[in-house]
Ligand binder design. Structure first.
Ligand SMILES: Cc1cc2nc3c(=O)[nH]c(=O)nc-3n(C[C@H](O)[C@H](O)[C@H](O)COP(=O)(O)O)c2cc1C
Length: 208
């Protein structure tokens, strides 16, 4: 596989990756989608059993149909958190994280591409998540935005029926992909690593 297009320094890709939730309608060329999946499967996975499976969705009618399901799933998750919201306007403007994610719930029907990260034999997420991150980093190097998202138990039967996904295939991530509409890469907010990292023993500060 010719991966020379992925020439951005890995540090730049990692340090500028952030969630992109609004996309231009431009389709992602098929050779680029192929490259993203080839990058994904290079990731580590348990025992090299390669249980990860990817379903790439570009069909406009299917994405529109999935958009409704994703919207239902997103608000079902908010109900679980105790919120009675049913539309973006119900969410306080100060709650920027939920507002932004609700924007994606409205916009999912229009995204150019969605990749579902799945696993055979109801396999665990930890053999699929490294592949999803590889895919998103490779996307970022090509100027393609992404965000890992999940669904909700209440939509899983519909989800399986919509795409013919067998009952023994586990769902792990739904990753919309597209060229960013407005947001720029970079600027992710993280706690200082000396708050989240210990050294040698739990509770012992890192030496930086
Ligand atoms: C397990 C997981 C589930 C996530 N689910 C969603 C989701 O359902 N909807 C969404 O918009 N973002 C989702 N995200 C993205 C996070 O909200 C995002 O990574 C986080 O807020 C940090 O923002 P940043 O990636 O822009 O730095 C998810 C991320 C992870 C790792």
């Amino acid at each position: 596989m010719d991966y020379s297009m992925l020439s951005m320094p890995v540090g730049e890709a990692m340090f500028t990756q952030r969630s992109i939730r609004r996309f231009r309608p431009d389709p992602i060329p098929m050779d680029i989608l192929h490259l993203l999946i080839e990058a994904a499967v290079r990731a580590p996975n348990g025992g090299n059993r390669q249980i990860g499976r990817f379903l790439v969705l570009t069909d406009r009618a299917k994405i529109r149909e999935f958009g409704t399901l994703y919207h239902d799933a997103w608000y079902a998750k908010r109900r679980d958190e105790g919120h009675a919201w049913t539309r973006a306007e119900d969410i306080p403007a100060t709650d920027k994280n939920h507002r932004s994610a609700a924007g994606l719930a409205d916009h999912m029907k229009d995204v150019p591409c969605v990749v579902f990260a799945l696993a055979t034999n109801n396999g665990p997420a930890n053999s699929v998540i490294p592949a999803a991150q590889n895919l998103m980093l490779a996307a970022r190097t090509l100027g393609i935005g992404s965000v890992p998202t999940t669904l909700h138990a209440t939509v899983m039967d519909r989800f399986r029926a919509m795409f013919g996904i067998p009952g023994d295939v586990a769902f792990h991530f739904c990753i919309p992909l597209g060229y960013p509409a407005d947001a720029k890469f970079g600027g992710s907010l993280r706690r200082p690593t000396n708050e989240t990292t210990f050294f040698e023993r739990w509770g012992f500060p890192a030496p930086w």
